[in-house]
Design a protein around this ligand. Structure first.
Ligand SMILES: [Zn+2]
Length: 244
């Protein structure tokens, strides 16, 4: 059958999305010879962003290493100077997409010891994501070339706590809470702290949702080009713990 849903999607929808994204990319780069090459050095032993984009496992290691520096009080605050500002004004090649909570205590570049142009960050309370967030991730993956997504929850998350403990919340906060409720429900039957269990369960469910998110992310995961992992930041220690 020549006109199956899958073939129509492949022949019509995907190219349109891709062309649109390329158009968006070209606007800020008009007149540039191409995407800017890294001039300012990455942290010691960290490969270039081009190399990290090509190897999601190495990208994850760069984040783990950066967080280890942060926890040990040995941050190097890379690429946060005027040279990097000028360099990234020409273009960006972030090596990781962080889908994290808006909480003021979890600033991504600081806890991973990275600089300008390194991380593409999507933040909402409870790292709940819907259409606008998904589009942001797809843009970073398809156009900017980041092939690692880290869903980053954190201990003592207020949004998760509300989903676990409050029967009703005011205003648009309900949008967040409704998305976290299934994780809170699952965590109820687990031994231990219900909020911390729900934090981890929320991250697990969000990772699974993104892995299956058609038409872009799911296809990249199937192709083995995109890695999506979950992690929880510990407010007490500053450590990011990966969730298996
Ligand atoms: Zn939070």
């Amino acid at each position: 059958m020549a006109f199956s849903i899958a073939s129509v999607r492949r022949t019509c929808v995907r190219p349109l999305i891709f062309l649109g994204l390329i158009g968006l990319l070209c606007l800020p780069l008009a007149g540039q010879p191409g995407r800017a090459a890294d001039q300012t050095p990455p942290p010691p032993h960290q490969p270039s962003n081009e190399a990290l984009q090509a190897d999601p496992a190495a990208a994850l290691k760069a984040l783990v290493d950066g967080n280890a520096r942060f926890v040990a009080g040995k941050t190097v605050h890379p690429r946060q100077d005027i040279e990097r500002i000028k360099e990234t004004a020409k273009g960006q090649k972030p090596f990781a997409i962080i889908v994290g909570c808006s909480d003021s205590r979890v600033p991504n570049e600081i806890i991973f010891d990275q600089g300008l142009g390194d991380l593409f960050i999507v933040r909402t309370a409870g790292q709940v994501s819907t259409y606008a967030s998904w589009g942001s991730m797809e843009f970073a993956e398809e156009v900017l070339g980041a092939h690692l997504i880290v869903v980053l929850g954190h201990t003592k998350c207020g949004a998760v706590k509300a989903a676990v403990e409050l029967p009703k919340v005011p205003g648009h906060i309900v949008t967040l809470i409704n998305e976290i409720k299934p994780a809170a429900q699952r965590a109820k039957s687990m031994p231990g702290d219900p909020v911390e269990n729900a934090v981890r369960e929320n991250v697990r469910m969000q990772v699974e949702k993104l892995k299956g998110l058609e038409p872009v992310l799911a296809e990249r995961v199937r192709d083995g080009k995109l890695k999506i992992v979950g992690a929880v930041y510990d407010l007490e220690t500053g450590k990011v713990n990966l969730i298996e």
